[in-house]
Design a protein around this ligand. Structure first.
Ligand code: PLP
Length: 445
């Protein structure tokens, strides 16, 4: 840890005057297209705390969108990065390679689902990994169509924006989009028209029917799915849905791409969310939690699929940068040594009863869901009609921020409050954060 006292401190209003001054400079220098959810300017962070420019100490329930799972400035990450940055910072793996890239690929082969032979390719961002997974799937199958789900989020580049479901803010006015992408219903238990009990079976039936009638199995290269949807609102498909999709893919020569960019690396209480049901994808995309905050992403998959691509077909100047790889090795060592999957399950055990108590008190909480340290509540104005309530969601979120708790929203309808604390956060901060959340509901509803 970074020697930061694990205590919430509010010296000023949130944001304080120094942050406000920086935000004014930001508005004059940074594109308006890049917005900030909570404009406190961070100077240091560690454990479960963010320290801002005004000396306020905020409780972090966001982990920089599920990135600092091992904590900010985690000691093993810092050590490895410092050593690496002093040795060399870049050669380009495609020109003169280095061991750290290979070590990350070896770790991915060991940790990702399935004990088949695997290969990896490293990139800089989640979107870049998803783009490359699609390239690899098309190259390996000789087919073009890619199936994505409602409420999906896969990134903001042209191809990944096309895979992403939600218009605002991700796609609005940014077309035309990439071709050969088809969307099918997601198994979303809370909103399934005939009820959660029918969700897995009916969603699977709609999926197979739409692929058969609108695309053709033999034209389909891949199905891409987040095992728990992230930006779409922490939608957890019912048990059995992923397994059915995986079996169908295998039976039809279609590759299953699990996008574990948000769910991966211990976040959901397993190393990967696919482990929950024993699903073994053909390709898996990872990023975010992989490197403790440094930009790194990967595609890992069956050796024969990954090796189907012609030499030179994959790469990029910075992909698998040595400093980012060193950070990943430090982060992975931390996850293993500190048994972070277990810690994520402990976070779930601490959060879920509190969130369920809140839901019992406030009928506006229509659903409590998630796994491990990836949890959410969905807010509705009319519980019977399940009418999304984005205004209440924004108000509760804002009330949390004002009290020094960093919360995030999500969801196709903007009505989901999501919780992604770093796994380095001590219990007392998690409990205090939940107290603040409860106070925010009391003050807002
Ligand atoms: C499931 C998923 N896929 C892809 C991405 C895109 O990752 P990046 O923002 O690193 O490009 C994200 C980011 O939130 C994500 O949650």
């Amino acid at each position: 840890m970074t020697g930061i006292e694990q205590r919430r401190i509010l010296n000023t209003a949130i944001p304080g005057p120094r942050s406000a001054a920086l935000q004014a400079r930001k508005n004059a220098a940074v594109s308006a297209g890049v917005s900030t959810g909570l404009p406190v300017y961070v100077e240091r962070a560690g454990g479960g705390i963010l320290v801002d420019a005004d000396g306020n100490q905020l409780i972090d329930f966001g982990s920089g969108i599920a990135v600092t799972t091992v904590g900010n400035a985690a000691p093993r990450v810092v050590e490895r990065v410092q050593a690496q940055v002093a040795d060399f910072t870049h050669t380009c793996f495609m020109i003169t390679p280095y061991a750290e890239y290979v070590e990350v690929a070896e770790a991915l082969a060991e940790l990702t689902p399935g004990d088949h032979e695997k290969r990896s390719a490293l990139f800089n961002s989640g979107a870049e990994a998803v783009e490359n997974a699609v390239k690899i799937a098309r190259s390996a199958t000789g087919r073009q169509a890619v199936v994505a789900f409602e409420h999906a989020y896969h990134g903001r580049t042209n191809l990944t924006m096309s895979l992403t479901a939600k218009n605002m803010p991700y796609k609005h006015r940014f077309g035309p989009f990439a071709g050969e992408i088809y969307r099918v219903p997601m198994a979303y238990p809370y909103r399934w028209p005939t009820g959660p009990d029918n969700c897995a079976e009916e969603a699977f039936a709609q999926f197979t029917s739409q692929v058969h009638t609108q695309i053709g199995e033999e034209n389909t290269a891949a199905v891409i799915i987040e095992p728990i949807q992230g930006e779409g609102g922490f939608v957890v498909p019912p048990d059995g849905f992923l397994t059915r999709v995986a079996d169908w893919c295998r039976d039809n020569g279609v590759l299953l791409i699990a996008d574990e960019i948000q769910t991966g690396f211990c976040r959901t209480g397993d190393w990967f969310a696919c482990d929950h049901e024993g699903v073994v994808p053909d390709l898996i995309t990872t990023a975010k939690g992989i490197a403790g905050g440094l930009p790194l992403a990967a595609v890992t998959g069956r050796a024969e699929v990954m090796d189907a691509v012609h030499p030179g077909g994959l790469g990029g100047t910075y992909g698998g940068n040595p400093v980012a790889c060193a950070a990943a090795l430090g982060a992975i060592e931390t996850m293993k040594t500190e048994d972070l999957p277990r810690r994520a399950r402990a976070v779930e055990a601490l959060f879920l009863p509190r969130l369920r108590d809140l839901a019992a008190k406030y009928s506006q909480i229509g659903d409590v869901r998630g796994r491990g340290a990836m949890l959410a509540v969905e807010l509705v104005s009319d519980p019977a009609a399940k009418t999304p309530d984005p205004a209440l969601t924004a108000a509760v979120n804002k009330a949390c921020h004002a009290e020094g708790l960093v919360t995030l929203t999500a969801g196709t309808y903007g009505n989901v409050l999501r919780f992604l604390p770093p796994l380095s956060s001590p219990d007392h901060l998690l409990t205090e954060g939940l107290d603040i959340l409860e106070g925010a509901f009391a003050a807002t509803v």
